[in-house]
Ligand binder design. Sequence first.
Ligand code: ATP
Length: 232
Amino acid sequence: MILNIDDLSVSYGEVAALRGVSLGVEEGSIVSVIGPNGAGKSTLANTVTGFRPYGGSVTYDGTEVSSVDASDLVADGLIHCTEDRDLFGYMSVEDNLELGAYRHGDGEAERLEYVYDVFPTLEQRKNQNARTMSGGEQQMLAIGRALMGDPELLILDEPTLGLAPVILEDISEAIEEIRADGVTVLLCEQNVTFAMNHADHIYLLENGRIEKDGTPDDLRGDDYIRDAYLGG
Ligand code: ATP
């Protein structure tokens, strides 16, 4: 397992956001965490990349994440594309991308070529300010910048949020291209159909607890998932 989470608990003051969460991500796979608003998906993503104190255990490549600096995790290929995207709006697309490659030095030009291959739109828009891009283009840019960091484990937090179906197609294709290149993906998603289209294994998070897990086929056959998440 490239990522192993065992009995994880995270609180915001009195509010318990994650309770006894255990899950594993095998190298080369796509694992998705699904669940409604407030279930704790972003908290989980933020904890794995070192932004939250926690109880229990979270190991990346065998190392407890709380025992190292977040910047070392990035250097070791743990890259997080946050729900907020965190783009630099007054900088160009290409400058935003280059910021994602700060640990690469000489490899930057190659990474840029790779990202432009995954998202040709970004090359066409490379001189445009990030804030003037559409929501879908900004999402591509956020994922592209994460790819500039040469991830081994890429955490994507709600990459489909608010996107039109035609853009979902682009993001879908990109995720499969990223998988084909050997990158492991942890996909936090509210769009259950999208998660099922890509994930090898899915965990359902509700109210800070894992309530179910299985392959997409297992979960498609589950009455509760069908009724609550797939519209019956
Ligand atoms: P969404 O998809 O709506 O972002 P989520 O599944 O990612 O939801 P989280 O954002 O992780 O869920 O939130 C989990 C719980 O923790 C919620 O009850 C939320 O209100 C609470 N929470 C999240 N961030 C904070 C914070 N900074 N301070 C206090 N409570 C927080």
